[in-house]
Design a protein around this ligand. Structure first.
Ligand SMILES: Cc1cc2nc3c(=O)[nH]c(=O)nc-3n(C[C@H](O)[C@H](O)[C@H](O)COP(=O)(O)OP(=O)(O)OC[C@H]3O[C@@H](n4cnc5c(N)ncnc54)[C@H](O)[C@@H]3O)c2cc1C
Length: 417
């Protein structure tokens, strides 16, 4: 990659900045279609940004296609929205076929479990740690990169997968303000001796969401749970996260209270929730964006990591058909990629933003009315219970049905099985 010439037999050189789910998926998808790929990460190790995670069927399908071992990756579950007393308000209903294939709605897992599987699929030599991108220069026929450690690199295409504060996005489009949703989430997990029941419950009272789903991690069963509510982004975080969650969960189901009570303190983490308004344009010249760099998404969709994985797959598919030496052909491929992705990602991220506002920022006098509507009409079913399956099913249909890719360095293992 640092050299001036393309490697013989490769379709061209792709540099990706950021080894989160978006960057790793983009790397694996580009390798699958024949590119020479280098993945640059600023830290000395690949760090899972957080503990708990859910993944919908489309990213699961992509992961399998691009060479990630998805066997037993997470705990499948059916998902229900409930009120704090346990009354069902909405159900995520996928088709029978999808439920059969994926075991229900989404899977619950730990973030590190996903990262580990993606890292295992990356061929040796692709990942360069300790490489913080500090300068980008699009020279027309190629892109020049400079890193904080003094290294330089050159590529035919640069993919910014560097998260919500993306350096690449800023370089392309300037600095735009982040949207503080004035919400925060505390998430925790614990392992159990026996398998969970395959049900995930997202429940709300007037102000707070207290939810749980089953998880599977490295052959162990368990649950993840989270507490989400409005907060002042300038106020200090709760001093004792565990005590905070126990207090907020009072009045919710016995089950979630027991899960929270039994969770080891070191398994808790808190995040303020932020995103950005959808961008009009992602790509310029030979540079584009994937994942949170393009469309940071509130956890209300449980789909930010999932969409970043999908992005990498669709981007590689467009680039695969382009003559990488031809700058106009590259521009057209990047434009086709973002034109395909923008409607889906902006719809999901905006719906997640508005769902968060509706549950946590409605003026107090309107909340009883909202809850009456949610408890006694099909409004929430239509708003989230039916909308999410539409996104899932439409994405599944766009992802090709092809055998899983086996990366070259793992072909021996696959044959030996
Ligand atoms: C509380 C919470 C819960 C969530 N739950 C879910 C969920 O259940 N399901 C789901 O699908 N999504 C979920 N998300 C969203 C998900 O975490 C993100 O959408 C996802 O991590 C985005 O992946 P990414 O690869 O685009 O960016 P990131 O994960 O942010 O990765 C960016 C990478 O780029 C690196 N980097 C940054 N700058 C540079 C630089 N200059 N040079 C080199 N490297 C750089 C970073 O170190 C990092 O490794 C949740 C988010 C939050 C906050």
């Amino acid at each position: 990659m640092a050299g001036e010439e393309s490697v013989a037999g490769s379709k061209g050189r792709i540099a990706i900045v950021g080894a989160g789910p978006g960057g790793m998926a983009a790397a694996l998808a580009a390798i699958r279609v024949g590119f020479e790929v280098t993945l640059f990460e600023r830290f000395a190790e690949v760090r899972a940004a957080g503990n708990i995670l859910n993944l919908w069927p489309p990213p699961q399908k992509v992961l399998k296609l691009i060479g990630v071992d998805t066997h037993d990756l997470g705990a499948p579950c059916k998902v229900f929205f409930k009120n704090a007393k346990g009354g069902v308000r909405a159900e995520i209903r996928l088709t029978d076929e999808v439920e059969r294939e994926y075991g229900g709605g989404f899977i619950g897992l730990l973030r590190w479990g996903l990262y580990q599987r993606m890292l295992e699929a990356l061929p040796p030599g692709v990942l360069r740690l300790d490489h913080e991108l500090t300068c980008v220069e699009d020279r027309g026929r190629h892109v020049r990169l400079n890193f904080a450690n003094g290294d330089q690199a050159e590529a035919d295409v640069l993919i910014g997968a560097d998260g919500i504060n993306s350096f690449v996005r800023k370089h392309l489009w300037g600095d735009k303000p982040i949207r503080h949703q004035k919400l925060h989430l505390v998430g925790g997990y614990l392992f159990l001796d026996s398998p969970p029941d395959g049900i995930g419950v997202l429940s709300h009272n007037r102000t707070t969401q207290v939810s749980y789903t089953p998880i599977r991690h490295e052959g162990k069963w368990g649950y993840e749970w989270w507490v989400l509510e409005a907060c002042d982004p300038d106020a200090p975080p709760p001093a004792d996260l565990h005590a905070f969650c126990v207090e907020r969960a009072a009045g919710f189901s016995r089950k979630v209270r027991d899960l929270i009570a039994a969770t080891p303190r070191e398994h808790l983490q808190r995040w303020p929730i932020r995103d950005r308004e959808p961008m009009g344009q992602w790509s310029k010249g030979r540079v584009t964006l994937v994942g949170d760099a393009a469309h940071p998404t509130s956890p209300y969709a449980a789909y930010g990591a999932g969409m970043s994985i999908e992005d990498g797959y669709f981007l590689a598919r467009e680039l695969a058909g382009a003559d990488i030496e031809d700058t106009q052909a590259v521009r057209d491929a990047l434009q086709r990629y973002e034109d395909r992705r923008k409607p889906h990602t902006s719809r999901v991220s905006q719906e997640a933003y508005h769902t968060g506002r509706m549950f946590h920022h409605l003026p107090a006098p309107l909340r009883p009315v909202r809850d009456l509507v949610f408890d006694h009409t099909g409004f929430l079913q239509r708003m989230v219970g039916d909308a999410m399956p539409q996104h899932i099913i439409s994405q599944l249909a766009e992802i090709e049905d092809a055998p899983p890719y086996v990366p070259a360095h793992r072909r021996g293992e696959a044959a030996g099985r």
